[in-house]
Design a protein around this ligand. Structure first.
Ligand code: FNR
Length: 370
């Protein structure tokens, strides 16, 4: 039987009614001080609870893991309480939510780091570009990303322990599971890609070594909360934040085959042709082949994201390219996106100027169909 967007699916412990998921979306509106989810954040997620599964905005596992102003964390008691209010609201509406766990690595600034120190990375190489920081008065400002410090093996062990604690905290906050953010040029991706990892120890060099940190994190959080409650997001061939790998088929093929050893809830891949948030049909022609290779290599539930609309999502599910599709920007602007897709209603356009930071405008005021 051909599957479609509104065919139910089982994902880990969860039985989902349909396959329209909400992609992780940083909105930079956590409460200050402390990066704690607020009542406004609760309302935002409540409005979107008709998603088959919500993947939360990226959430730092530690103070060291923060790289942008006003992003939420999951490493303090207040943050756990804040997220509990979010998960309760989503569950009251019959929804499901995974918390996306984030460590930015070198994409940070001393204003966020414990003791004002340097951000950490596999190798002391800066990412070209700026990050959105806080100035002395607590206002948002663009700041240069400094040369990071190379992580010691002891520092790497502490980060694995931070992931483990964050996963435990997420489950204590009532989440249905966690998604490990291993894409978009952040810490785990910095280890994976040969462009940003020039280490000579057991965490650099070979593909096995560059994948080691991700796989240690997967093992640790799986042991902590059960692998059926764990997912991984990867951005193979991604170029955001200075990424690039000398052999992406081999690197990501290896990782995906290794992930088969864990009965994860799902694997989440972003279409490589998404360059930032623009789809480039002329992207490196290997991108389509790599997605087929990874689909064939992975034995579990595969979630895809990146530039999907109703028709392309239906095609992806019908052809087996994806088992479930995550929508990002369409979910920002359409809190009731699944109903609109099901019934063929037009979509509200998203206002990009209110994506990051600000108040309720462009956040919880997008209209649902009455
Ligand atoms: C994103 N994206 C993203 N990805 C991620 O893994 N964690 C995150 O926190 C964010 N934050 C984020 C914020 C905003 C405002 C945008 C637009 C995007 C990427 C996102 O999950 C998705 O992959 C892309 O938006 C492409 O999907 P759409 O928007 O074409 O459906």
């Amino acid at each position: 039987m051909t599957k479609h967007l509104f065919t139910p699916i089982k994902l880990g412990r969860l039985s989902l009614d349909h396959r329209v998921a909400m992609a992780p979306l940083t909105r930079s509106r956590a409460g200050q001080p402390g990066n704690v989810p607020t009542d406004m954040n609760v309302e935002y997620y409540r409005q979107r609870a008709s998603a088959a599964l919500i993947v939360s905005e990226a959430t730092q596992i530690s103070q060291q893991g923060q790289g942008y102003a006003w992003t939420p964390g999951i490493h303090t008691e207040e943050q756990i309480e804040g997220w509990r209010a979010v998960s309760n609201a989503v569950h009251e509406e019959g929804g499901r939510i995974f918390l996306q766990l984030w460590h930015v690595g070198r994409v940070s600034h001393p204003v966020f780091q414990p003791g004002g120190g340097l951000p950490v990375a596999p190798t002391a190489m800066p990412v070209p570009g700026k990050t959105f920081i806080l100035d002395e008065n607590g206002n948002g400002a663009w700041g240069d990303v400094p040369v990071p410090q190379e992580l010691t093996v002891e520092g790497i062990r502490e980060i694995v322990a931070d992931y483990r604690r964050a996963a435990r905290n997420a489950m204590a906050a009532g989440m249905d599971g966690i998604e490990i953010h291993a894409g978009n040029g952040y810490l785990l991706d910095q280890f994976i890609n040969s462009s940003s990892n020039h280490r000579r120890d057991s965490y650099g060099g070979s593909i096995e070594n560059r994948a080691r940190l991700l796989l240690e994190v997967v093992a640790a959080v799986s042991e902590e909360v059960g692998s059926q409650n764990v997912a991984v997001r990867l951005t193979p061939m991604g170029r955001f934040m200075g990424m690039g790998d000398e052999a992406p088929e081999a690197t990501f093929g290896y990782i995906v085959r290794k992930l088969n050893d864990y009965a994860l809830a799902y694997l989440h891949l972003v279409e490589p042709a998404m360059v930032g948030v623009v789809k480039d049909e002329n992207f490196d022609p290997r991108w389509d082949a790599i997605m087929k290779l990874l689909r064939d290599a992975y034995t579990g539930v595969l979630m895809l994201a990146g530039g999907y609309d109703r028709d392309t999502a239906e095609q992806a599910i019908a052809s087996g390219r994806a088992d479930i599709v995550a929508f990002g920007r369409p979910f920002i602007a359409n809190p009731d996106l699944p109903a609109r897709l099901r019934d063929g209603h037009p979509l509200n356009p998203a206002d990009t100027s209110s994506f990051f930071g600000g108040d309720a405008t462009g956040y919880i005021d997008y209209p649902a169909l009455s």
